[in-house]
Design a protein around this ligand. Structure first.
Ligand code: PLP
Length: 469
């Protein structure tokens, strides 16, 4: 059968339809035109392949093109409600910024700012000068440098200090950090020669000593914090201070890729075992690198801190310019570090205040959610849950939290989770024992009402009830 193309919707008529006009206002006519053409081409292909028998109506074609426009808009950074309970969710941007950081961003970003101008002297200033001084104070180091992320600070550290050298590293630390950042690859990329010592589970001080004996001049020791997995059982590694003592005795550098960047003890929150960046410095490493958007709770960034002469080598390395921190994260990081200087990080920095919220407070809020959903009787119940840090930190460790368990006969947990994710705002939860769990620890109290509305709408959809939202 040959389709009747004279009945085919016309591009100009579709563009003028209200369903698509709204998108023209937002995305511009040319983008919407592309989506309309692509939609019509798809219909033609389907007709040719006999997947459909008739040309679409104008309404049908406009709705499909509008859906394509809407999907395009959804590729932007949409605000979501994180009900996964994972504090530093890498796919959700890790740490949300503090109120003070957001205000500073708004005030600075719409204006010119003296990012590389010293206003006192009128001479060229140093990008990130305040951030560096704050880190020097908070870490107790001689010097610090901030770049685009921790992968960058580690690459810069190794490129500036390990090129052409033998880098001694435990086989238990040849890890993949995530997003394909693999320690052996980074070492190779920075022109270092990898010398593996010990085994996956056990590496002793004597292993490092032997490697140093054989490596001759131009060796150094690299330690990587394997924060995104846990080794238990028959496991042994020398302490950082033992390694530092060895490095000093043999006149070689000890470098540490730390990852998390905790500046304050998380112990009171229940998250025990995350190494503190100042303690790592104090144990005698020469340079340490860590992320500013992991446990530290700031914007994306990577710190390298340690001996002044070494940090200056990083600063003058050609890669530094390519990896430097942007203006906006610099502003946000300044404001985040100010909270640490004031000693108010636990109340101001969201990543920390979320983990410090008492579980009773979370349980009370979840109780409120269940009451607001009382008409979905039998589908929702308050449950105790466990949440994790995420972002490659404190793998396997959890703290107590409270959540909502949602389960019904008319829908699968998968179906509900997908519906919530596709909603507006998107709500992200997790599945546990065939039920959807929405964890309160990572939901900001200001989002409670939105969460309840989104859940009502999703439950109506999956239960095939009319949406009365
Ligand atoms: C997370 C992590 C990195 C990478 O940090 P980004 O900020 O994501 O670039 C590097 N090393 C370690 C040990 C990490 O945990």
């Amino acid at each position: 059968m040959i389709a009747d193309y004279s009945q085919f919707p016309r591009v100009d008529r579709l563009l003028a339809m209200p369903a698509l006009e709204v998108f023209s206002e937002q995305l511009g006519r040319s983008v919407v035109l592309d989506q309309v053409r692509e939609t019509l081409a798809a219909y033609r292909r389907e007709l040719a392949a006999e997947q459909r028998q008739q040309a679409p109506t104008e309404q049908e074609a406009a709705a499909r093109a509008a859906q394509a426009c809407s999907l395009l808009l959804r590729k932007r950074l949409e605000v979501v409600i994180n009900a996964t309970g994972v504090i530093l969710h890498t796919n959700l941007g890790r740490a949300p910024l503090s109120e003070a950081a957001v205000q500073r961003l708004a005030a600075v970003s719409a204006n010119y700012a003296a990012i590389e101008l010293d206003l006192e002297s009128g001479k060229r200033g140093r990008r990130g000068a305040f951030v560096e001084e704050a880190l020097v104070k908070l870490l107790g180091v001689e010097a610090a440098l901030v770049v685009n992320n921790c992968a960058a600070s580690t690459l810069l550290m190794l490129s500036a200090l390990a090129r052409g050298k033998r880098v001694i590293i435990s086989r238990g630390e040849l890890v993949e950090i995530g997003g394909g950042f693999r320690v052996p690859d980074v070492l190779r990329e920075s022109g270092a020669e990898l010398v593996e010592v010990g085994t996956t589970n056990k590496t002793r001080l004597a292993d490092y000593e032997r490697a140093l004996d054989q490596a001759g001049d131009g060796a150094l020791i690299l330690r990587v914090h394997p924060g995104n997995f846990q080794q238990t059982g028959f496991v042994e590694r020398p302490s950082l201070s033992q390694l530092a003592e060895l490095a000093q005795r043999r006149g070689v550098l000890l470098l540490k890729d730390l990852g998390g960047g905790a500046l304050v003890d998380l112990g009171p929150t229940g998250f025990v075992g995350e190494p503190l960046a100042p303690a790592v410095v104090a144990s005698g490493v020469d340079v340490v690198t860590f992320s500013t958007d992991k446990v530290l709770g700031g914007p994306q960034g990577g710190v390298a801190a340690g001996k002044r002469s070494l940090i200056e080598k990083l600063r003058s390395h050609p890669l530094h310019r390519a990896l430097r921190l942007g203006r906006l994260p610099t502003v946000a990081l300044e404001a985040t570090l100010e909270a640490y200087l004031r000693g108010t990080a636990f109340s101001e920095v969201p990543a920390l205040s979320l983990i410090a919220t008492p579980v009773e407070q979370l349980a009370a809020r979840v109780q409120g959610w269940t009451e607001a959903l009382a008409d979905f009787d039998g589908l929702v119940s308050a449950v105790p849950t466990l949440t994790e840090m995420g972002g490659g930190s404190l793998a396997g460790r959890t703290i107590a939290s409270a959540g909502l368990r949602v389960r019904g006969k008319a829908f699968s947990a998968d179906e509900l989770l997908t519906t919530l994710r596709r909603g507006k705002p998107a709500v992200l939860g997790r599945i546990q024992e065939d039920a959807v769990i929405l964890d309160a620890r990572t939901v900001f109290p200001r989002q409670d009402e939105q969460l309840v509305l989104a859940l009502r709408s999703a439950l109506r959809q999956v239960s095939r009830l009319p949406d009365q939202r």
